[in-house]
Ligand binder design. Structure first.
Ligand code: NAD
Ligand code: MG
Length: 392
């Protein structure tokens, strides 16, 4: 029996993870569930999964949850705040940590899981984008196991040489390059001029995947793919020129590995996050995920096209930040989080997201990113500058 902590259990990935865990009660127990402020969702999850601990970031929400659980006769303890997220991630009572908080807020608890040598199921790509070098060092130093949940990275993981996946360095293993597939999001067929007037409602309506709001906007700008290029760089130890992006509108091939002998291995499946979640949970074994079998005859065709950086400036900015190194990718991530939030609140236009990130990257001098303090300081500086630009 493996005990699991779910960071961000009420989100899209959190709910899919609980769906998989519920199919295997003999294999997994839930140690802790956490959320920001969704009291009712977390209450229902506690009723169903009976965790030892529930954490809410927000103090007032935690108090409400505690009262509801007490009245329902539950034995779950309720904690509040950032330190409590760290505590349940590093606790001796948990084996697996699903890192599914959205954005920079996921960094500290995910890092704590790495330091405690946990089996980490990584959905929170922002943790690697912000501080990939520091994060991977902690994983290696403390013997943590890092399993990618992001569908592209999980696909690559499955296509890498068996037994070598924990090496994090594939130059010498016959890998020529990896190819990340991208649906292109809801605006892939729009003319550039028409992007000026798209709304948050249109941006979050993804053609193939159902996801949280922030990552849905990131998919529309293709910053999501840019963040994934950076994530792949750290997970697999490959330089940016060995990581390619390919448009594939059906989202059936989740990514590919191209070997020097000309073999290209792809992982396919229906676009449902329960597949990579189940894969990361059970690795190196396999368990049922509840995902319907892939019906390629019904899919009919698979299309591919080059990703045009002119059409997707955020993708170009992410490559640029990765090549610049140090805290550039943390600055990119912070400016993006602020700009996406402002777009969702209708303070800026869709096309201004890329413009703000570009200007923030140009104005702030990145540091080498050797310490967490530096990363957090540059993240803060980027947020302040992006906010100032939005408000003036
Ligand atoms: P979501 O918005 O649906 O859920 C986010 C979760 O984090 C919720 O439980 C929320 O309560 C919690 N949360 C939000 N802000 C918090 C804070 N400040 N402190 C603590 N908890 C907080 O997001 P999602 O779509 O599930 O994505 C989660 C992560 O997984 C993101 O990093 C995303 O990039 C990644 N991811 C998601 C998908 C997907 O299909 N949804 C696919 C690949 C990767
Ligand atoms: Mg992905």
């Amino acid at each position: 029996m493996q005990a699991v902590t779910l960071l961000g259990s009420t989100g899209s990935i959190g709910v899919s993870t609980l769906n998989v865990l519920a199919q295997h009660p003999e294999k997994y127990s839930v140690y802790a569930l956490t959320a920001n402020r969704s009291v009712d969702s977390l209450f229902e999850q506690c009723q169903q999964f009976n965790p030892a601990i529930a954490v809410m970031l927000d103090q007032a929400s935690a108090e409400k949850l505690a009262i509801k659980l007490k009245n329902a006769g539950s034995e779950t303890d309720v904690l509040a705040g950032e330190q409590a997220l760290v505590d349940v991630a590093e606790s001796e009572k948990t084996d697996y940590v699903m890192a599914a908080i959205v954005g920079a807020a996921g960094l500290l608890p995910t890092l704590a899981a790495a330091r405690a040598g946990k089996h980490i199921l990584l959905a929170n790509k922002e943790a690697l984008v912000m501080s990939g070098g520091l994060f991977m060092k902690e994983v290696e130093k403390n013997g943590a196991t890092l399993l990618p949940v992001d569908s592209e990275h999980n696909a690559i993981w499955q296509c890498l040489p068996v037994g070598d996946q924990q090496q994090h360095h594939f130059h010498g293993k016959g890998v020529r390059r990896i190819i990340l597939t991208a649906s292109g999001g809801p605006f892939r067929d729009y003319d550039l001029v028409d992007l000026e007037d798209v709304t948050p409602e249109q941006a979050v309506a993804h053609p193939n995947w159902s996801m949280g709001q922030k990552i849905s906007v990131d998919s529309a700008t293709m910053m999501n793919k840019g963040l994934e290029v950076i994530e792949a760089h750290w997970l697999f130890g490959l330089p940016s020129d060995k990581i390619e992006v390919l448009l594939h509108r059906q989202s059936i091939i989740h990514s590919m590995v191209d070997y020097v002998d000309g073999s290209v291995l792809a992982q396919m499946g229906n676009p449902d996050m329960r597949t990579p979640i189940a894969n990361a949970l059970a690795w190196p074994n396999r368990i049922d995920s509840g995902v319907a079998p892939l019906d390629l005859a019904a899919v009919g065709r698979l299309d591919f096209a080059a990703a045009d950086h002119g059409h997707f400036p955020c993708l170009a900015l992410a490559y640029q930040a990765l090549e610049a190194g140090g805290t550039s990718t943390a600055i990119l991530n912070a400016a993006n989080e602020v700009a996406v939030e402002a777009f969702l609140n209708k303070q800026i236009k869709f096309t201004q997201i890329a413009q703000i990130i570009e200007q923030v990257l140009a104005k702030i001098t990145a540091s080498n990113g050797d310490s967490l303090e530096q990363v957090l300081a540059d993240d803060m500086q980027a947020r302040e500058l992006a906010n100032t630009m939005i408000n003036t």
